[in-house]
Design a protein around this ligand. Structure first.
Ligand code: PEP
Length: 250
């Protein structure tokens, strides 16, 4: 089955407003109309409105980097999935920095995923092992998927999974394409076991972890890798454009 890849650009906590607007403008000029992949730009929350306005009517989507699981209430500093609806169409949940820097639990990741789906948005569920967990990757991924999908009786087509080995994020130590392919195939087999074979086959699974314009080709041609979640290189319009084009052409 042909799956349309997705390339996400996770800007993390980078850019001031002028830089964000310049980057959005350059990305639109370069990538609007690109076929062969979906593209989701995930700027910091303060620039989501600018992104929605500046990318409106283009083929580039807007994504949020995080969300709160409640719809509203006394949660100072947080924002909810219903608030994102109409501004963003994608939301990253369970990014390793949320899990390991901010102490997000699997229960919270699961609640976020469900809130995103309930709001009609598309979650990118990030999973991956830490360096000290590399000898039990299968168990780690199984646990993260089981806990991340708790309470779901089917796998919605809106869900994208990002396989991101934590040791590869922001380090320049990217997984080899062969290892990334093996992990993504493993995730797909776990999805088939947890849900069913057709929905597992249809699910987009990205690789993330030090993806660059130089190494993207190796991932893009793997049969179980359906695009990439890109951090550092997404801040460079030229590099991110090259990554998107490589994915689209694969
Ligand atoms: C990420 O933030 O999800 C990521 C993969 O970052 P980088 O590309 O910088 O490793």
């Amino acid at each position: 089955m042909a799956r349309l890849p997705v390339v996400g650009g996770n800007w993390k906590m980078n850019t001031n407003r002028a830089e964000a607007r310049a980057l959005l403008s350059a990305l639109r000029a370069d990538l609007d109309g690109l076929t062969g992949t979906q593209v989701a730009i995930c700027p910091p929350a303060p620039w989501l409105g600018d992104a929605a306005d500046m990318l409106a009517g283009s083929t580039l989507d807007v994504g949020a980097q995080d969300v709160h699981w409640e719809a509203k209430g006394a949660f100072t500093g947080a924002y909810s999935a219903p608030m994102l609806a109409g501004v963003a169409s994608w939301v990253i949940v369970g990014h390793s920095e949320r899990r390991h820097v901010f102490g997000e639990t699997s229960e919270q990741t699961n609640a976020k995923l469900r809130a995103v789906l309930a709001a009609g948005l598309r979650p990118i569920l990030a999973v991956g092992e830490r360096r000290e967990e590399t000898d039990r990757v299968s168990d780690i991924l199984h646990t993260q998927l089981t806990e991340g999908f708790a309470g779901l009786d089917r796998l919605p087509a809106e869900v994208v999974i990002a396989y991101e080995p934590v040791w590869a994020i922001g380090t320049g130590l990217a997984a080899t394409p062969e290892d990334a392919q093996a992990r993504c195939a493993l995730i797909r087999s776990m999805l088939a076991e947890r849900f069913d074979a057709p929905s597992a086959e249809a699910c987009r699974i990205q690789y993330g972890g030090s993806v660059t314009a130089q190494n993207i080709d190796g991932y893009a041609k793997q049969p179980d890798i359906d695009g990439a979640l890109v951090g550092g290189a997404s801040l460079d319009a030229v590099a991110f454009g090259a990554i998107c084009r490589a994915v689209a052409a694969a």
